[in-house]
Design a protein around this ligand. Structure first.
Ligand code: BES
Ligand code: ZN
Ligand code: ZN
Length: 494
């Protein structure tokens, strides 16, 4: 992963870089450089260049993504190029676009890039994260030499960049896990990765396997389809450093992640088969939850956080569950399995019930690539968010509009609940009674049966967890959606 650091706004530090990038805007017909004006003046004098003349020469418009390369020289410094980067209207979303476009320019190159963009704190952070994400690469090509840029952003406040680096590292971590192919990342592999990450970051972790999963009927029913190595349930907890006794009074956030390491659909095999190739991403919820908690020891929010990863492969095999099976979830609810491709809600049901019955959460979240219906409704730019807490929904919505992990509040339509009735069990799991459609809503209604009276938020991230193209901040494949939303919300609590 590219490194990301703060650079003090001094001439010496800046001119030693291989490459300097300067953000510009166009107001009416005038070009402006919104940050560190005197530094830029010095630069123009030292290298005998007028950046405004250059922009006029290129007929620059200042729109996001516009980047001009200006050759420069001086007897004193090796520096020989400047990038001028259009910052659009300097909104957070414009800075994400500008930062990631610049990151893409240096992706895979071993250069030291110093960027001067804006001065407003939250915007420096946004730009820096996007710059880093734009350099993201993942592949298993033989002999590929991985060259990594060293990124720095000019600011007087180094703490901002430390935060940005922590968040970018977490998102990168989630992306790496999602990109890893499913022949490598079985549930045990993912639990082992979680253990390594927990150890590196001083987080407490417990991994449940085999007989320890006796009561987890949903996880066993799905994961039994791939008995070697079989499913796992991972619990990781964070507490801020300092007095343990007083931390009991802090709010407790529990985040459950769907971790299906590959989703064939099981006996209800996915068709057409092209629908299956993206299903190595079906653990993106668990990856986002793990990545989020991995960032907390560096950020030290005054909150208790527990992550629960429900890890299983949904394979087609002789030990796979059958449509018409009845299973018993954690806590005792019996469920009639209708379509084995709706496996996500089965593993989540156990984890949600476990959280409700054992962890006393003040907030209970789940993140899951749960339904194709969510993507049909909202596309890939928004996650479908379900919660009865309208205030919390508003807060999450506005955080997402700012940081790019956008969520749309969807209704838990009570009238659709009778679709969950079963003649032979407490519930049927695909809400196949009645003819309501609304696949994402009825999946949420099913999950709600397992959260007790908790303050619960369900994020169906089937759309935004994966990008179909390599553009903006996102590579083709896993995006790391949810990490920024959760980190920004958790840190806003303290
Ligand atoms: N993992 C899929 C949902 C999914 C689909 C995620 C496309 C990302 C992209 C999930 O397990 C699934 O198969 N859901 C079914 C549920 C149905 C059988 C009730 C679906 O959405 O079709
Ligand atoms: Zn499925
Ligand atoms: Zn799935």
């Amino acid at each position: 992963m590219s490194t990301l650091a703060a650079l003090a706004p001094s001439q010496e530090a800046l001119f030693e870089a291989d490459l300097i990038a300067i953000g510009f805007i166009k107001n009416d017909s005038l070009f402006e450089f919104p940050a560190h004006k005197s530094l830029i003046k010095n630069l123009e004098a030292t290298f005998d260049v007028s950046l405004r003349d250059e922009l006029n020469f290129f007929s620059a418009t200042g729109k996001v993504g516009e980047i001009f390369e200006i050759p420069i020289s001086s007897s004193q410094y090796a520096l020989d190029r400047i990038y001028l980067v259009g910052l659009g209207d300097e909104s957070e979303s414009a800075l994400r676009g500008a930062g990631s476009a610049l990151g893409r320019k240096v992706r895979g190159k071993a250069v030291e890039l110093a960027a001067i963009c804006v001065e407003a704190k939250s915007k420096v952070r946004t730009f820096a994260i996007a710059l880093n994400l734009g350099t993201y690469q993942w592949n298993l090509k033989t002999g590929a030499q991985i060259e990594i840029p060293a990124l720095s952003v000019v600011t007087g406040e180094s703490k901002l960049l430390e935060e940005a680096a922590t968040i970018a590292k977490a998102i990168t971590r989630a992306r790496d896990l999602i990109h890893t192919p499913s022949n490598i990342k079985n549930p045990k592999w993912l639990a082992d990765e979680a253990s390594k990450i927990a150890e590196e970051n001083n987080l407490h972790i417990e991994v449940f396997a085999g007989r320890e999963l006796k009561e987890f009927g949903g996880i066993r029913a799905v994961g039994g389809s791939s008995p070697k190595p079989g499913p796992r349930f991972v619990k990781i907890s964070y507490e801020p450093a300092g007095k343990k006794r007083s931390s009991v009074l802090l709010p407790h956030v529990v985040i459950v992640g769907k971790g299906i390491t590959f989703d064939t659909g099981g006996v209800s095999l996915k068709r057409p088969y092209e629908n299956m190739t993206a299903m190595k991403s079906d653990m993106a919820g668990a990856a986002a939850a793990l990545a989020t908690i991995s960032a907390l020891p560096e950020l030290q929010p005054k909150v208790r956080v527990t992550v629960l990863m429900a890890l299983a492969e949904n394979a087609l095999s002789g030990s796979a569950q059958r449509p018409s099976d009845v299973i018993k979830h954690y806590g005792g609810t019996s469920v009639e399995v209708i379509n084995t491709d709706a496996e996500g809600r089965l593993v989540l049901a156990d984890a949600l019930a476990y959280a409700d019955l054992n962890l006393d959460p003040d907030y209970l979240f789940d993140l899951a690539t749960l339904t194709g219906a969510a993507t049909l409704g909202l596309g890939r730019q928004y996650a479908a968010m379900y919660t009865r807490d309208n205030k919390l929904a508003e807060v999450l919505h506005s955080i997402g509009e700012l940081n790019g992990d956008r969520v749309w509040h969807m209704p838990l339509v009570d009238e659709y609940s009778d679709a969950l009735e079963s003649d032979i069990a407490d519930l049927n799991h695909t809400a196949n009674k009645g003819d309501y459609s609304a696949g994402s809503v009825t999946a949420a209604l099913f999950l709600e049966k397992f959260v007790g009276e908790r303050n619960w938020v369900h994020l169906d991230i089937a759309g935004p967890a994966r990008s179909e193209s390599d553009t903006g901040e996102n590579p083709k494949g896993g995006t790391g959606f949810g990490v920024r939303l959760l980190i920004d919300w958790i840190t806003s609590l303290s």
